[in-house]
Design a protein around this ligand. Sequence first.
Ligand SMILES: [Zn+2]
Length: 231
Amino acid sequence: MYCINCGVKLADSEKRCPLCAVTVFHPELDRPEGEALYPPHHNPAPQVSSRGLQIVLTTAFLLPLLITLLCDLQINGLVTWSGYVVGALIVGYVALVLPIWFRRPNPVIFVPCFFVAVGLYLLYINLATGGSWFMSFAFPVVGGIGLILTAVVALLRYVRRGKLYIIGGAAAALGAFMPLTEYLIYITFQRPRFVGWSLYPLTALVLLGGMLIFLAIHRPARETMERKFFI
Ligand SMILES: [Zn+2]
């Protein structure tokens, strides 16, 4: 027998390694319940500074933004088409670069930030094009999906158990949201008739959500699925 920690040769009677005091392990011998096999190993996560990446990515977004704005102002004397580009760049920045500013990115903060940015961008497009679809369509749809996804990331982060309930519930909620979306499109854009296409995603999402909740309740089925998909 050899010590699993330092490799020293051990007598069969030894319970602990005489050199490093690690409990002797032999696969054929019983081990006391709850006793650790290895000595505690402290491996602090290396502190990687992301400051450089933040600056490079911020510049990568800021440079085209300023160039677009200056070109537009030079040509037209006011913000015309550059407003859309600037808005899209800001939404992209909030989605891709903002999380890097946090040491431990918390989706409960930046998921709603992203939806607020998308909402403001759509409001800008609506105002710039003289549309009237923001309040009756874009705001409730972006707001609704934003609320559902924020609730999901918050629950997944702060509730330790019941992931399947959370994801299943979210799928069903998104499904239920579909007919509302179709209705908002119908009244906002004055469609000739109500088609009912939303019933397909509604059915699919509610079935998916129901299946996940069934797996959450039904333990044998869940274990079979876990074995099948190696999770
Ligand atoms: Zn040892």
